[in-house]
Design a protein around this ligand. Structure first.
Ligand SMILES: Nc1ncnc2c1ncn2[C@@H]1O[C@H](COP(=O)(O)OP(=O)(O)OP(=O)(O)O)[C@@H](O)[C@H]1O
Length: 258
């Protein structure tokens, strides 16, 4: 099987002078190429820790992490990371912001630049190339951040609450756009979110995490009726409500056991 991501028995302890904190424990998870997987769970259950491990930013205390069957020991250029905050540089134009990753990775050339311009056009940002970030709305800025992430052509995208700072309408529109873009480009995606409906609407599978320490509590498979629709439309499906409620109850149980 061609796994994009494979975590085997991954645990991580944060060690400081005051304490050793077991943040995540015995995480076993395989994600197929092209799959969209979301992590949901209470605050502190280790969602960001798992993403940081996948990004190669922290080395797990135990276990192994492979990206396309290769164990990772440092940040992999196959991975792109998109965060809640857009981190655009205010002094760079939109085009130059979108090119910054390529610049840093020394991959900027006529071809990659033209591909980035194509992506900006695809995201409805064709009129913004020479503008500066403070001239754009929050939703537009987040689209630029997405193009900046896609421009380096990562195979796997780590999305850490990328829509949570946006107003509701913009968030729903951007969910559809990101969903479609990732499917078109056949990217593997891992989304961390506090929003159950976002997780159900966008994913093939939803991983529910427990806390103290962070462990996989349950994995929910999303039925085809929802998976084959754009996130916005899928919210109308009967299955959607059912799954939303199931995940809600699972999370309530976790909170109760605190
Ligand atoms: N650098 C660090 N040093 C020490 N402890 C940390 C560090 N980063 C996270 N932790 C602890 O590890 C646990 C998991 O944190 P993590 O940020 O991964 O959770 P999370 O699920 O992403 O939380 P949230 O939903 O609030 O963003 C928490 O108890 C947190 O306090």
């Amino acid at each position: 099987m061609n796994h994009a991501v494979k975590l085997i028995d991954v645990s991580h302890v944060y060690v400081s002078e005051q304490q050793a904190l077991l943040a995540v424990e015995n995480i076993d998870l395989s994600i197929e190429s092209g799959e969209f997987v979301s992590f949901v769970g209470p605050s502190g259950c280790g969602k960001t820790t798992i993403l940081s491990i996948l990004a190669g930013l922290i080395k797990p205390s135990q276990g192994s992490v492979s990206i396309f069957n290769q164990e990772i020991s440092s940040p992999s250029n196959k991975i792109g990371y998109m965060l809640q905050h857009d981190y655009l540089f205010p002094w760079r134009t939109i085009l130059n912001n979108a090119l910054v990753g390529l610049d840093i990775m020394k991959k900027l050339n006529a071809e990659t630049k033209s591909h980035t311009m194509y992506l900006l056009n695809e995201m409805g940002l064709s009129d913004t190339f020479d503008l500066y970030p403070d001239q754009l709305s929050g939703g537009m800025r987040q689209r630029v951040a997405l193009v900046r992430t896609l421009a380096t052509q990562p195979d796997i995208l780590l999305l850490d609450e990328p829509f949570s700072a946006l107003d509701y309408q913009t968030k729903l529109k951007l969910e559809d756009l990101v969903f479609e873009t990732l499917k078109t480009h056949n990217k593997t995606a891992i989304l961390v979110t506090h929003d159950i409906s976002e997780a159900v609407a966008m994913s093939d599978r939803v991983v529910i995490l427990n806390r103290n320490p962070g462990r996989i509590h349950k994995i929910m498979n999303i039925p085809d009726t929802i998976r084959n629709m754009l996130p916005f439309q899928s919210r109308e499906e009967e299955d959607f409500r059912k799954l939303f409620n199931e995940i809600w109850h699972e999370l309530e149980n976790i909170e109760d056991k605190g």
